[in-house]
Design a binder for this molecule. Structure first.
Ligand code: HAM
Length: 458
């Protein structure tokens, strides 16, 4: 049997519904913030990531999916979305658009050749948002607040926002020097990769996966002590705006991020819910004022954020968030003989075109087995089609919760279902107890569903 590749996932069943729901919430949120959807290619020239994400980052040195295509080009499967968006911004001269800043979002697969474990995949999906063309701290605060609002909109409560600043290039240079001085006498006690990073890019020692937690790294100088006045003022302005927006955050001087393009604000949002494991960072981002210029575009200050959809789905399940996911059908059409089957086909077509969720029988089951199937599908109503009723232009319809059965005129079926399903929706709104079996709705206070609530008496 051919199996899926390591670190890749098949998303199906309930999990797929959660993913689709997240996509839906993302799109609705981005509409409110007025971001435009952008779709860039999954593969790009290898050079883009070397120059964009950084030659010495793990993402480029160890985790890159590189290949040479049939035309001899060096190609890389994108490990993240920002570099591709910046390439598209430059190539399509979006900086010339009078409507500035450019605010875009994406939601797609990325590839990182990492050691697979819970929350760390080789094929991952990221939602990301970027503001290109604004240096205003308001843009930083908007990105952080949008990230928090996304998690809130998805019903997540147990999150923690950690922010830090790497400062401008002068501050970063001073910090770099301090790190080299600090690590040089101790570097022999760190891994070989870190020894190489010392001269090339000492900041990368701080996010070394191998030496994570090592005292030498924990006690290293902190970025905030090396910020010049302008960078400090800028960081304070971001914090003031977050306070105004009532976004709770913690300043964490250990956050440096694993990609090279950042300066000034950096942030990560953690899932605090129990059971997450080591990879509990739901999302992260920050300012990258130098990247557009570094990739041959004009000086353009930018800020952005990305979150892994897989980790989000995991947090939703661990926090047991109840999502408004449809896990039932409005009507199951039952039949036995060929004439009834044709009628089922006709009715299914008619009702689906009128927005009802309709299921029917496809495998020749007995009526008894069809009842079981209707239960498995959580059908709210069941129509038992039989030739005699059809000749009389009638249909037997059964409320699958109350088990009440009625005979109604076929002409009235749409109207009947509309009315009855509205009652169901009202009951749904009304009954918020946790006593219903997974996926089952309240019976309406008659007692059959066993939730113990009697709405009519309330
Ligand atoms: P990142 O921190 O590398 O940032 O990734 C953002 C998020 O993607 C992570 O917090 C995590 O949820 C998810 N993620 C990353 N790697 C994996 C993996 N192997 N398996 C599952 N999920 C993963 C960036 O990618 C930046 N481009 C963010 C950004 C946008 N900065 C500015 N604009």
């Amino acid at each position: 049997m051919i199996q899926r590749q390591k670190g890749c996932n098949d998303i199906f069943g309930r999990n797929a519904k959660v993913w689709k729901y997240i996509d839906h919430v993302v799109d609705a949120l981005m509409e409110k913030y007025n971001y435009n959807y952008i779709r860039t290619p999954i593969f790009e020239a290898t050079e883009l990531f070397h120059r964009g994400v950084g030659e010495t980052t793990d993402i480029v040195t160890k985790e890159s999916y590189d290949f040479v295509d049939k035309g001899g080009r060096n190609i890389t499967l994108r490990p993240e979305g920002t570099a591709g968006v910046v390439r598209a911004y430059i190539e399509n001269k979006m900086y010339g658009d009078p409507n500035q800043p450019v605010k875009v979002y994406y939601n797609g697969t990325m590839y990182r050749y990492e050691r697979p474990q819970s929350g760390r995949d080789r094929e991952l999906t990221q939602f990301g948002m970027e503001i290109l063309g604004s240096d205003d701290p308001l843009a930083d605060a908007e990105i952080i607040s949008a990230a928090v609002n996304l998690y809130k909109a998805l019903g997540l409560k147990e999150i923690k926002v950690n922010i830090n600043s790497l400062g401008d290039s002068e501050s970063r240079d001073n910090y770099r020097k301090a790190l080299v001085e600090y690590f040089r006498p101790k570097i022999k006690d760190l891994c070989e990769d870190c020894q190489e990073r010392l001269e090339k890019n000492p900041l990368r020692i701080l996010d070394c996966k191998f030496d994570a937690g090592n005292e030498i790294i924990v006690n290293a100088p902190k970025t905030l002590d090396y910020l010049n006045e302008a960078s400090r003022d800028r960081f304070e302005a971001v914090q003031d705006l977050l306070d105004v927006m009532q976004i709770e955050y913690v300043i964490d001087p250990n956050i440096v991020r694993g990609l090279d393009y950042y300066n000034h604000t950096v942030f990560e949002i953690e899932a605090k819910v129990e059971g997450f494991g080591a990879n509990n960072v739901l999302g992260g981002g920050g300012r990258y004022n130098g990247l557009v210029n570094q990739l041959d575009g004009p000086e353009t200050p930018c800020v952005g954020f990305a979150t892994g959809i897989g980790r989000l789905a995991m947090a939703i399940e661990l926090e047991k968030v109840k999502l408004p996911i449809i896990e039932d059908v409005d009507l199951f059409l039952m039949y036995v003989n060929e004439d009834e089957k044709k009628y089922a086909a006709y009715l299914a077509q008619e009702l689906r075109m009128n927005d009802f969720i309709v299921e029917t029988e496809y495998t020749g089951r007995s009526l008894k087995a069809q009842f079981k199937q209707a239960d498995r599908l959580n059908a709210k109503f069941i129509c038992i089609l039989n030739s005699e009723d059809l000749n009389n232009n009638e249909v037997h319809i059964k409320n699958n919760m109350t088990k009440e059965e009625e005979v109604i005129s076929l002409d009235a079926l749409i109207y009947y279902l509309d009315e009855k399903l509205r009652d169901f929706e009202e009951l749904d709104d009304e009954c918020e107890c946790d006593n219903h079996e997974e996926g089952h709705k309240c019976c309406g206070g008659h007692g059959e569903c066993g939730c113990g609530h009697h709405h009519e008496e309330e």
